[in-house]
Design a protein around this ligand. Structure first.
Ligand code: 5AD
Ligand code: SF4
Length: 446
């Protein structure tokens, strides 16, 4: 009897990488690979990498240095690098770390089975093309394993915006949208496998314009189609660009009950001068007006954002404008990063802000964001919310899930199972989560 080969995938970076890792595991499942729970027991290790900031890329090389040692006891072990570092650095990875057998860019995952055969035959395999064929067509899910109740579904990839700091247009390529029918087909398949919440993914997801039966279809229309699927109770989408937030999408937030009241809408800076230098093509004012319209459509929506601090030329006044914008929006969550020079991007040539000044600004911004996050969480106290139960908690009887607003919620007296949507009341707010009790517990008084 031959034992199955084992595959270990380590995923870095964004949710699209999480989605891609699942697809890679499925593609190699066809080659007889099962999932390994650690790198040590694997016959093939894939690092699905992120190139968005320097730290993320450097982590990959230190991990490769560690993994290389496993080859001493296991000479047949194969090591591959996938994702955006693979796309950006290609053959350079094998030059820098000769223990790497395989380098595959995000558009070539459907070619993994052939590449695996090649590395098993003792050759190195490299593929960082942007091929004309549709990778998703070849990466169909295997039928019909049960899935966790919340899943990702990629509907759009790549970006044409070319923000001056960002590698995505280079690593993920030009914007492409998957056809509507393909998305619906994949969504139905997920629902049949127990999924109740789908997060639509794209680097620029609200620029989605997939081919439909009567021409191109935007994200709002796609969401309305998805909402008709029986059993699909929750829809989210990420990540969006302010300029692609059209009237139909805003209206969908008011009208489609399955569309959850949470929106990640990065602005990056609150200073018009910096926004211009970032090539963002919106202003702080236009962003704030947009937020007003979104809140008018869905008053309880929780917003999140991304910020870059210490972008070249950022003055104290520019940074204060960012702080002011944050105060005005009051995000429920926000991610803030110190600017990281990415070779090949337009901003890479520019004069850096003093790193100590940038660090100090980042800390101030993060304190403000954390304060708002806590206030938004506090505002949930006493409120009834719905929680999609995703797993058991640590304490006996405790279950864990997400509210409509994407807050992590612990239900202590859970009378619910994984996959249920429980009506609960929020009773406490911890640093990064909320605690709740079942509504049924105090039903008598209602
Ligand atoms: N430096 C710092 N942060 C960056 N981001 C993208 N590129 C860079 C960079 N060069 C941030 C942006 C983006 C998020 C995914 O990562 O805020 O929205
Ligand atoms: Fe990068 Fe987003 Fe700008 Fe596209 S819109 S270049 S993905 S930051």
């Amino acid at each position: 009897m031959t034992t199955a080969k084992k595959l270990f995938i380590k995923t870095y970076g964004c949710q699209m990488n999480v989605y891609d890792s699942e697809r890679m595991a499925e593609a190699l499942g066809g080659q007889g690979y099962e999932t390994a729970s650690s790198a040590e027991e694997a016959d093939m290790i894939l690092l699905n990498t992120c190139h968005i900031r320097e730290k993320a890329a450097e982590k990959v090389y230190s991990e490769l240095g560690r993994l290389k040692k496993l080859k001493v006891d296991k000479p047949d072990l194969k090591i591959g690098v996938a994702g955006c570092v693979a796309q950006a650095e290609g053959a350079e990875i094998i030059r820098r770390q000769p223990a790497v057998d395989l380098v595959v860019g995000p558009q070539s995952y459907h070619r993994l089975p052939e590449m695996e055969a090649k590395v098993r035959a003792g050759e190195a395999a490299l593929d960082t093309d942007f091929p004309a064929e549709d990778k998703f067509e070849h990466l169909k899910s295997r039928p019909k394993a049960r899935r966790a109740p919340a899943a990702f579904l990629t509907v759009q990839e790549g970006c044409d915006k070319f923000c001056a700091f960002c590698v995505v247009p280079y690593t993920r390529g030009a914007e492409i949208s998957r056809p509507v029918l393909r998305v619906l087909e994949e969504a139905r398949d997920l629902v049949e496998r127990g999924v109740r919440e789908i997060t639509l993914l794209g680097q620029n997801v609200n620029a989605y314009h997939g081919a439909g039966q009567k021409g191109d279809v935007g994200l709002a229309a796609l969401i309305r189609e998805l909402a008709k699927i029986d059993g699909l109770d929750r829809i989210r989408y990420t990540t969006s660009h302010p300029n692609d937030m059209d009237d139909e999408l805003i209206a969908a937030h008011a009208e489609v009950p399955e569309l959850m009241p949470y929106l990640h809408l990065p602005v990056q800076s609150g200073s018009d001068h910096i926004l211009k230098r970032m090539n963002r093509s919106h202003t702080a004012e236009s962003y704030l007006r947009l937020i007003e319209r979104i809140r008018a459509a869905r008053p309880d929506i929780v917003l999140s954002g991304d910020f870059i601090v210490g972008f070249p030329e950022e003055s104290d006044a520019d940074f204060e404008a960012t702080m002011e914008l944050v105060r005005q929006v009051k995000y429920g969550y926000a991610y803030s990063f110190k600017y990281s020079t990415r070779p090949g991007t337009p901003a890479a040539e520019r004069q850096l802000v003093d790193p100590e000044v940038a660090d100090e600004r980042l800390q101030r911004l993060q304190r403000l964001i954390t304060q708002h996050q806590q206030e938004v969480q506090q505002s949930m106290l006493g409120r009834e919310v719905s929680v999609l139960v995703e797993r058991q908690g640590r304490a006996p009887g405790q279950m864990l899930g997400k509210s409509e607003y994407l807050h992590a919620v612990h239900i202590d007296d859970a009378m619910a199972q994984v996959g249920d949507i429980a009506r609960v009341r929020i009773v406490d707010s911890k640093t990064n989560s909320l605690t709740a009790r079942h509504i049924q517990a105090d039903k008598g008084g209602e």
